[in-house]
Write a protein that binds this ligand. Sequence first.
Ligand code: BTN
Length: 247
Amino acid sequence: MDSSEFQFQFIHLNSVSSTNIYAFEHLRQKSIRGATVITASFQDNGKGQAGKDWESERNKNLNISIIVSPKINVEHQFKLSQLVAISLKKWLDTLAVEGVKIKWPNDILVNGKKVAGVLIENSVLKQQITHSVIGIGVNVNQDVFEKFDRPATSLKLELKRNYDLKKALTEFIKLFQSYYVLFLKGDVNFQQDYLKHLFGYGVPQQFQDAEGKFLGVILGVLPSGKLQVNRNGKLKSYGLKELKFLD
Ligand code: BTN
């Protein structure tokens, strides 16, 4: 294995439109290599999942894009999602944050409130992921949240103290890196851990799909990343925009 693939270089920006956009611009210009971690103190066009904005107060939170070149088939892209979600979960465990769950596909919740979100964007050539830009927003020292769909929280609100942003970044990247090395070696299967920490796994809850509201139960996640839900006795699989969690 080429060790440059997991020895990250770091770029910090005071202000940027979006660290993910910055990553893709520089990849296109070939002025950045894979295995780079880009962070920003502020984003004025932060991107969330499903075309939404990602709001984050200046200097308060982690806005990270990790560029990797895992050279995997695009069919396996959900494994990267699992890798990131599990890295975030394990990092929060080390801080003794309790009640941390992964909300499919890779939001991180603390007692039902969102503390981190992930937006992975890939460039693909002949079915292979050439670069993956893993965008991660972690609410660290922000006290007030207004624009999220679901209630949000931060490390500060959970731990009742400010958390040093540099320390947070170093700790998280170290953990991510260790899991990423295992992932590249093919030494790890995240499925079991992912399901163990999945929000609502096996528990009846309210959903909405194209046919309406229903009480369903999450039974699993397919390798494609689709969520498997028992809907009135039938096993159905949903992509990201096909299912809404109502609680
Ligand atoms: C979500 O939960 O909707 C995903 C949020 C992802 C936000 C991060 S912040 C760093 C990176 N740059 C962006 O523009 N978005 C991601």
